[in-house]
Design a binder for this molecule. Structure first.
Ligand SMILES: C[C@H](O)CC(=O)C(=O)O
Ligand SMILES: [Mn+2]
Length: 336
């Protein structure tokens, strides 16, 4: 076991957030190869789950190619040093699935709720602690709540027993000064570690992650080659290089992580991850990044502009779990 002293902990989310970008079609071989390579690059945490977390494989969110639990088991059996993380949305994943994931080798769980709904998490956090898992409260769509509300909800997560609480910019809508305000207030009011998860829809994932670090966040999510929902997350290999320039040790081997991006991730991308007109609209309108492919499919079906759907979803303040609204909104727009 390699013991690395790290100034900050990066969780690599391509094998979970990136599941949205590949329509949940990761194969067992891909998960094993990517986990092995990330582990060899000394990435501390690798998240492996359906994009919408344990139990996410469904008609509502999209069916997985391979069952979550099989992927988690294979990844856990592959890595030597990295810890496998899983995502759990109470109401989507069950406590039974969390027990199974822990049995199969997961070491961390991120219990994710909408930013104003932390109160659905206590049972899942308590179970995670009982199972001996490192436990993270993951407050999604953080741009939708004012700072004091986010802090209130973060404190609830802490009071339930979370070891770390994240502000999650699911829509990639936050601007750097808004990230700073949020992380600063969380740092001032909580005793646990603070994390930040960005999406690059407005090309701000790196700037926002650095803003979070400046305010004291010590957990940052990255997705290698930007393999995440929408335009992806903070690009891991770039983050490692930038942190190195700042004198912040992530413990990740820069050349190795660059090689994983180039030689292993790039070939499995359905298309290069870039800021397209649709992913830009996600950030601009404040829409959940995982709605991208659903909205594009609806646009095609109703022969309308996908940006109009996304703008309308933003106006409706639609949140995760309301994927069915995408078709409703598209059908309404098509009538006009
Ligand atoms: C279920 C979501 O995809 C979780 C996430 O990564 C986000 O909200 O962003
Ligand atoms: Mn995300």
């Amino acid at each position: 076991m390699i013991m690395t002293k790290r100034d900050l902990l990066i969780t690599e989310v391509a094998l979970r957030d990136g599941s949205h970008a590949v329509n949940h079609q990761f194969t067992l071989d891909q998960v094993v190869n990517v986990s092995k390579a990330l582990d060899e690059a000394n990435v501390p945490y690798i998240e492996v789950t359906h994009g919408d977390g344990l139990g996410g494989s469904s008609l509502q969110f999209g069916l997985s190619h391979t069952n979550d639990l099989e992927l988690i088991e294979a990844a856990a059996a592959t890595v030597k040093n990295a810890k496998i993380s899983v995502l759990l949305l109470p109401g989507v994943g069950t406590k039974e699935e969390l027990k199974q994931a822990a049995k199969l080798g997961a070491k961390m769980v991120r219990v994710a709720t909408h930013v104003t709904e932390a109160d659905v998490a206590p049972q899942h956090i308590a179970l995670a602690k009982e199972l001996g898992l490192e436990t993270v409260g993951f407050l999604m769509m953080s741009h939708m709540a004012p700072v004091d509300k986010l802090v209130e909800q973060a404190k609830l997560m802490e009071s339930y027993g979370a070891d770390v609480v994240y502000a999650v910019d699911s829509a990639g809508a936050l601007l750097p000064h808004e990230v700073k305000e949020r992380i600063r207030a969380m740092k001032e009011n909580l005793s646990v570690e603070i994390g930040f998860h960005a999406h690059n829809n407005l090309s701000l994932a790196m700037a926002n992650s650095l803003a979070a670090i400046e305010e004291g966040a010590t957990r940052i999510d990255g997705s290698i080659r930007c393999l995440g929902a929408g335009a992806g997350n903070t690009q891991t290999e770039v983050l490692v290089a930038v942190l190195d320039r700042l004198g912040i040790n992530s413990g990740i081997d820069l050349y190795k992580i660059m090689d994983v991006a180039e030689n292993i991730i790039a070939p499995i991308l359905p298309k290069p991850q870039e800021i397209t007109k649709d992913s830009l609209t996600l950030g601009y309108a404040g829409v959940y990044s995982s709605f991208l492919l659903h909205s594009q499919r609806a646009a095609e079906r109703f022969n309308i502009d996908s940006r109009d759907i996304l703008i309308e979803l933003g106006k409706h303040k639609v949140v995760g779990g309301q994927e069915d609204m995408i078709l409703d909104v598209a059908a309404e727009l098509a009538k006009k």
